[in-house]
Design a protein around this ligand. Structure first.
Ligand code: ZN
Length: 216
């Protein structure tokens, strides 16, 4: 995520993640900007839509994986550098179930999460969440999220943890965990709203000077 902005009440539906129109858009962008889209697998650069890594499902992290602590630390650095409230591993090109979140509560809490999963959600309570995403910079949209969720995860020392969240933290958790499934917040929009969002986004990206396309 991402820049979460505010919350109120509405109703919602989920659409598919990659339509034929998307594929055309990806091809168009790829042809016009090949260099921009080719990233080294291990570099922790911000991945911008339509980078294919954002549309893939992540693998579970193996318990005791010695590389994870370093990844978590670097992702936390990037989270603050890019002024986000949450960052999921695919956004930096890593297809592993790793997320960092700090919604700047009082006191501020940095959550470093390995293999997070939602184990409960308030099915009867959906609320509006105005969201943005570091991987879709420059625009925001309102989507529906569960008001409350309970998430199980492993901390950086592989201790089992549980977090019950509501409001901004709950929305942020849902947004980041969607990333781990190759899903973006705009996938919660209707097809027409999603199409119009992406048309605007592509125009916006095309109008930016090359050096400003990435915020890192
Ligand atoms: Zn995001």
């Amino acid at each position: 995520m991402c820049n979460l902005l505010s919350a109120a009440l509405l109703c919602c539906y989920v659409v598919g993640t990659c339509s034929a129109t998307d594929v055309k858009r990806v091809e168009l962008l790829a042809n016009s900007d090949v260099k921009e889209k080719i990233k080294k697998e291990n570099s922790m650069e911000l991945r911008i839509y339509p980078d294919p890594v954002l549309l893939n499902k992540c693998a579970e992290v193996e318990i005791g994986d010695p590389t994870v602590k370093e990844i978590l630390n670097e992702m936390a650095d990037k989270l603050y550098k890019w002024n986000g409230v949450g960052l999921a591993a695919p956004q930096v090109g890593i297809l592993k179930k790793i997320v960092v979140i700090d919604v700047r509560d009082e006191p501020p809490t940095l959550y470093k999460m390995i293999n997070p999963k939602i184990v409960w959600y308030s099915a009867d309570s959906l609320v509006e969440s105005k969201e943005g995403c570091l991987s879709l910079p420059g625009l925001s949209e309102t989507v529906l999220r569960y008001e409350k969720v309970k998430v199980e995860y492993l901390d950086e020392n592989f201790n089992k943890c549980e977090l019950e969240a509501e409001g901004l933290l709950s929305f942020c958790l849902q947004h980041e965990l969607d990333h781990l499934e190759g899903k973006l917040y705009i996938d919660h929009l209707s097809q027409s709203k999603r199409d119009s969002f992406l048309d605007k986004f592509i125009k916006l990206q095309a109008s930016k000077p090359e050096e400003n396309k990435h915020e890192n």
